[in-house]
Design a protein around this ligand. Structure first.
Ligand SMILES: Cc1cc2nc3c(=O)[nH]c(=O)nc-3n(C[C@H](O)[C@H](O)[C@H](O)COP(=O)(O)OP(=O)(O)OC[C@H]3O[C@@H](n4cnc5c(N)ncnc54)[C@H](O)[C@@H]3O)c2cc1C
Length: 302
C-alpha cells in the first residue's frame, strides 16, 4: 500500500537529518529513509562543526535522530530507496528495498557522494587515521610535519599548494607520470614542493599510524600523513534517474535554496556542492526545508 506524506527525505546524514528537523518544526509529515552508509564512516571524528568539534560521526547521527524523536510527524526508516519517480497524479513515488512505497509532495535527496580511493596496499589500514582528503577537516594535527599528496595533474598540484597552509614540507607522489602542467610545476618548485613520479608500492606504518609512502624503485618517503585527491561520484543513482543536472565534478547543480532543474526535487549536502562539510550539509538541508515548507504553506492556502 502506498502512503502519503508531505516530504520524503532520502539519506539520513547531516543534510537529511537537518532538513527533517526544520520540516518537523514546520508541522510537515516527513519520512526519512536512510541506508546507513555515510561518507565519513572511516573517521573517528568530525571537525569544524560548531560546539561539536571532534565528535564521532556515529554520535552526531545518534544526536540528530534523537532530536527528531519527539515529533510524531516524522518517521525514520533504516532502508534503501531503489526507485523514485514522478507520480502520474502529481508529486513523487518512492519505493524501498524493504518493500515500502511512499507518495510525497516534495522529494529531498541527501544521498551524499562516494570518494574514488587509491588502489594501493595499506590504504584501508590508514584511511581516516593517516590518510585523508580534506586538510580543513584533518590537517591540523599534522601541521608543520611532512605531508605527502597522492594525486596527479592540476588536482594533485592544487591540493599540494593548498596544504602549504598547514606545512611547508610537502611532497607530491603521483604514482606514475604526474601530468602536472608547466605553470603548476613552476608554482610547486617555487614553494619547495617536489614531485615523485615513481610507482607507489604501499602505504606503511604501525597499527593505524601511517609512517611512510613506499615506492617500487626508491627509498620510502617518511611522512606524517597523506592527503589524496582522486575525485568522487554520486552515492545514489536516484539523482540521475530523476533527471537532475550533474556538473563535470559529479555534484548536482542546484539553484536557490538547493532546488534543482527537476521541479519539486531538492538535492542537499555533499551530493550538491563543491564545499563538502558537515556544517554546510546541515545548512543546505535546513535551507531546502525552509523553501519546501513555505511553498507548501502557499500551495495549501490557495
Ligand atoms: C574521511 C572523511 C573525513 C571527513 N571529515 C570531516 C570533518 O572533519 N568535518 C567535516 O565537516 N566534514 C568531514 N567530512 C565530510 C563529511 O563527511 C560530509 O560533508 C558529510 O557527511 C555530508 O553529509 P551528507 O548528509 O550530505 O552525506 P552522508 O553523511 O554521506 O550521508 C548520506 C546518507 O545517505 C544514504 N543514502 C544514499 N543513498 C541512499 C538511498 N538510495 N536510500 C537511502 N539512503 C541512501 C547513505 O547511506 C548515507 O547514510 C569527511 C569526509 C570523509 C570521507
Amino acid at each position: 500500500m502506498t502512503m502519503d506524506v508531505d516530504v520524503v527525505i532520502v539519506g539520513g546524514g547531516p543534510a537529511g537529518l537537518s532538513a527533517a528537523l526544520v520540516l518537523a518544526r514546520a508541522c510537515r509529515s516527513v519520512r526519512l529513509i536512510d541506508a546507513g552508509h555515510p561518507r565519513n564512516s572511516v573517521t573517528g571524528a568530525v571537525h569544524g562543526f560548531l560546539s561539536r568539534d571532534g565528535i564521532a560521526p556515529t554520535e552526531l547521527r545518534r544526536l540528530g535522530r534523537a532530536d527528531l524523536a519527539p515529533f510524531p510527524n516524522v518517521a525514520i526508516d533504516d532502508d534503501t530507496v531503489v526507485r523514485a519517480a514522478r507520480h502520474p497524479d502529481g508529486g513523487f513515488h518512492v519505493e524501498t528495498v524493504g518493500g515500502a512505497s511512499w507518495r510525497s509532495r516534495r522529494l529531498v535527496l541527501a544521498t551524499g557522494v562516494v570518494d574514488n580511493l587509491p588502489d594501493v596496499p595499506g590504504f584501508d589500514q590508514f584511511y581516516g587515521t593517516g590518510i585523508f582528503h580534506c586538510p580543513f577537516c584533518d590537517g591540523y594535527p599534522f601541521r608543520d610535519q611532512r605531508l605527502a599528496v597522492y594525486g596527479r595533474a592540476g588536482r594533485g598540484a592544487g591540493l599540494a599548494l593548498e596544504l602549504l597552509g598547514w606545512s611547508k614540507d610537502i611532497v607530491v607522489c603521483s604514482d606514475g607520470p604526474c601530468g602536472i602542467g608547466h605553470d603548476d610545476r613552476e608554482d610547486l618548485a617555487r614553494n619547495g614542493i617536489t614531485v615523485i613520479e615513481e610507482p607507489v608500492a604501499a602505504f606503511r606504518g604501525e597499527g593505524d599510524r601511517l609512517q611512510a609512502v613506499a615506492f617500487t624503485g626508491r627509498a620510502d618517503l617518511e611522512c606524517a600523513a597523506v592527503f589524496f585527491t582522486l575525485g568522487q561520484h554520486q552515492a545514489s543513482p536516484l539523482v540521475k534517474a530523476l533527471g537532475c543536472r550533474i556538473s563535470d565534478k559529479g555534484t548536482v547543480d542546484t539553484a536557490r535554496h538547493e532546488s534543482t532543474n527537476v521541479p519539486g526535487v531538492f538535492v542537499v549536502g555533499d551530493a550538491s556542492r563543491n564545499l563538502q562539510w558537515v556544517a554546510l550539509a546541515a545548512a543546505e538541508g535546513a535551507e531546502a526545508a525552509f523553501a519546501i515548507a513555505t511553498a507548501l504553506i502557499a500551495e495549501d492556502r490557495r
